[in-house]
Design a protein around this ligand. Structure first.
Ligand code: G3I
Length: 345
């Protein structure tokens, strides 16, 4: 079974971050279409990609990914509307007044949400708004507009596309600590003010050996606010050389993240950040010493991590007494019996 089908049995959407360059590769396209039920444009909806030159928006790349998702019956996660990174130079170096920046941001948010209304099912409206110490990140937007830029962005997005699920997306907030607390306080205060926030996304860019104990507990704390939660960006990078032992450890980490998400009924989706190691962002960026972070190798052959995810999603279905049973506890029921009836035939 495909990962997509396995995840569907839990009501979980399984996503991948896609690039338009990747979609030109037949095997990449095939995996993107068959293994995943949700798509996030890795870069194509970022402001610097859409409006490199002021007043000239280039929609082709984002539209190509949106079309791909529609063709394959996939959800589309828009990413991101408001971020401090990957902004065009004309914006960061434009010496705009706070009032001008507010207008620019509002135009950006409403233009994207209007264009993809009915297509994007969920938006990462604000990406990475919290510092490691739990305080608001001092971004261009925060400094110019104050902390309410987040509430404004959510409100503008909701006004343009009331059907879209609106998320705040954050990294390094998987376990209890000042950052997770700052994020929780932010979410709680937005909800207290009836600001349209529907979910919190947890980036999960892990280093080999990094574990995720307590992730389900963290997710549940946000779910207790009445929010949905999602693992929005999963990758597990490692230093070379790649060995079978390292691939096995990577597989165990992928499996652990899936299990933490499945243990939380409000965890609606899990997205891996990239399909194959060949096109991963990891070796290209500031983490260039690392690599090999995805489910498929350089030739798009499945790695142990892909099989571990399949097992975690319940591929270990066995037939007993004419009924299918799966080895894992049912979703959200950590205390369920080891063999819990899943599908009757
Ligand atoms: O667009 C230029 C292109 O014109 C140029 O030819 C090329 C040359 O290297 O660079 C291109 O831009 C790069 C872009 O990826 C597209 O490939 C940027 O330099 C590069 O910095 C950018 O990296 C992206 C990174 O976000 C930027 O911060 C990664 O691909 C992308 O995977 C990564 O994704 C982020 C999420 O959005 C937020 N969470 C963390 C995650 C990983 O950093």
């Amino acid at each position: 079974m495909t990962l997509r089908d396995l995840a569907a049995r839990h009501g979980l959407s399984l996503g991948a971050a896609l690039t338009e360059r990747g979609l030109a590769v037949p095997r990449y396209r095939e995996l993107a279409a068959t293994e995943f039920s949700s798509v996030t444009p890795e870069n194509a909806m970022k402001w610097d990609h859409l409006e490199r030159d002021r007043h000239t928006r280039t929609w082709a790349r984002a539209d190509a990914i949106a079309r791909f998702a529609a063709q394959h019956g996939q959800e589309l996660r828009g990413h991101p509307l408001v971020w401090h990174d990957q902004l065009p130079h004309w914006l960061t170096e434009g010496h705009f007044t706070p009032a001008e920046l507010a207008t620019l941001l509002r135009t950006h948010v409403t233009t994207l949400t209007r264009r993809y209304a009915g297509t994007v099912t969920a938006w990462d409206v604000v990406n990475e708004p919290i510092e490691d110490d739990g305080s608001p990140r001092r971004t261009l937007w925060h400094e110019a507009l104050g902390p309410d830029y987040i509430a404004h962005a959510l409100t503008w997005a909701h006004a343009t596309d009331p059907a879209a699920r609106l998320y705040v997306n954050e990294f390094n907030a998987l376990a209890e600590g000042p950052k997770a607390k700052g994020l929780h306080d932010l979410a709680a205060s937005l909800l207290d003010r009836s600001i349209p926030l529907h979910g919190v996304g947890f980036q999960c860019h892990l280093l080999l050996g990094q574990e995720v104990p307590g992730l389900a507990r963290t997710l549940n704390r946000f779910a207790d606010l009445g929010l949905e939660v999602a693992v929005t960006e999963l990758s597990v990078r490692m230093l070379p050389p790649v060995t079978p032992a390292k691939l096995a450890a990577q597989a165990a980490t992928y499996r652990a993240v899936v299990e933490e998400c499945l243990a939380v009924p409000a965890c609606t989706g899990l997205t891996v950040w990239g399909i194959g190691d060949a096109d991963s962002w990891v070796p290209q960026g500031s983490r260039s010493r690392y690599g090999t972070p995805t489910l498929y190798d350089d030739a798009y052959r499945p790695k142990p991590a892909r099989e571990a995810m399949a097992r975690a999603l319940g591929a270990a279905v066995v037939t007993a007494c004419g009924r299918q049973v799966r080895a894992l506890p049912i979703r959200g029921r950590a205390d369920a019996p080891a063999e819990y009836p899943a599908v009757s035939r």
